[in-house]
Design a protein around this ligand. Sequence first.
Ligand SMILES: [Ca+2]
Ligand SMILES: [Ca+2]
Length: 151
Amino acid sequence: MLIGGTGTDAIRGDGGDDVVKLSVGAAGDAANMESADGGLGTDTLEITVMTDDLADPAVVDALVDLSSFILANADAASDVGPLAAFDVLGLEVRDFEDIDITVIDSETGEEVPGFITPEIVLDTAPANGDEDTAIGLAITAFVTNAPPCLM
Ligand SMILES: [Ca+2]
Ligand SMILES: [Ca+2]
């Protein structure tokens, strides 16, 4: 298990299955990104976020985008997957296959279960092609239970 502490870290997983833990707000910022790279294997990014942070819709949007990005690009066999930066989170990530978001109540310090557990639906369209040409796969990922309003 790898834990990114306060300040800007570069976290690099290896060929195995890694779990990387990060906290929203303890990472970097847009000018100084925290970098997390799962590497080969089935890697999980564990994000901890406070309810105070979720009061900012931009943070919620970024977490949904991050979840969608990870699920859409999950490939345990690739060490050179696409890199995506999330300015609001101060975080750039690549080569993760799963994401786990933990929400902590800013008042009580206790976990809020099921507050923003993304349920990602992967929809793979049928692909047709012959073996001599690249076969295009249409894969769409979307989050089905994003909170409708956190204002
Ligand atoms: Ca790995
Ligand atoms: Ca990986």
